[in-house]
Write a protein that binds this ligand. Structure first.
Ligand code: HEC
Ligand code: HEC
Ligand code: HEC
Length: 112
């Protein structure tokens, strides 16, 4: 009896581990958003930590599809000045909502 209990505990643990490994780490690990969106300007490129963001967030927080990838939940059109759509519609609102430490500080995202 004991033997069966530990086997099934082991199996369900293995399942949980496999499921979370499959969910995290999809798509590129990091994404150079300046290059991807051909942003012009003097601010240093934002290298978005894609996999790190997947650890605590569902794909559907950012992608229209719940499976992730493809279009984002917001349309990114304006790419100049500090009123660009990444700041105003995407990165900043979520950082404020989720109380990310220094989530709106320039150096959090732009190294320079
Ligand atoms: C915090 C926001 C965020 C989360 C959460 C997120 N992504 Fe992304 N993802 C992005 C951004 C930003 C890009 C790059 C911009 C673009 O492709 O338009 C991207 C790009 C991608 C790409 C490459 C471009 C493409 O569409 O083929 C894939 C694949 C992808 N994500 C899959 C996923 C999957 C799968 C998940 C969930 C496990 C996920 N993402 C979770 C923000 C996110
Ligand atoms: C849907 C919510 C959400 C969106 C959208 C989002 N973030 Fe975040 N971000 C978080 C959370 C939550 C954390 C803190 C916890 C963590 O590190 O996962 C974080 C942390 C960070 C950090 C510090 C830690 C690290 O991973 O390097 C950076 C830098 C960052 N985000 C950049 C961005 C950029 C750039 C964008 C827009 C392209 C963005 N984030 C969009 C939720 C979000
Ligand atoms: C949460 C992440 C995040 C934070 C914090 C952030 N930015 Fe950005 N910013 C971006 C992203 C993403 C882009 C578009 C991609 C790129 O330019 O690499 C961008 C683009 C810009 C642009 C337009 C492009 C350019 O080079 O001129 C300016 C200007 C800018 N940011 C200034 C700032 C300033 C000033 C601050 C501090 C008040 C700041 N950013 C804080 C993510 C962030």
């Amino acid at each position: 009896m004991k033997y069966y209990v530990s086997i099934s505990t082991f199996l369900s643990l293995a399942l949980v581990i496999t499921a979370s490994t499959v969910l995290a780490g999809q798509g590129p690990e990091t994404i150079d958003l300046k290059a991807t969106y051909k942003v012009e300007g003097k601010k240093s490129a934002v290298i978005f930590s894609h996999h790190a963001h997947q650890e605590n967030l569902e794909c559907s927080k950012c992608h229209k599809s719940s499976a992730g990838g493809g279009p984002l939940v917001v349309e990114i059109v304006k790419l100049t000045t500090t009123k660009n759509d990444f700041h105003k519609k995407f990165c900043w609102p979520c950082h404020v909502e989720m109380k990310v430490p220094k989530g709106k500080s320039c150096k959090t995202c732009h190294p320079k």
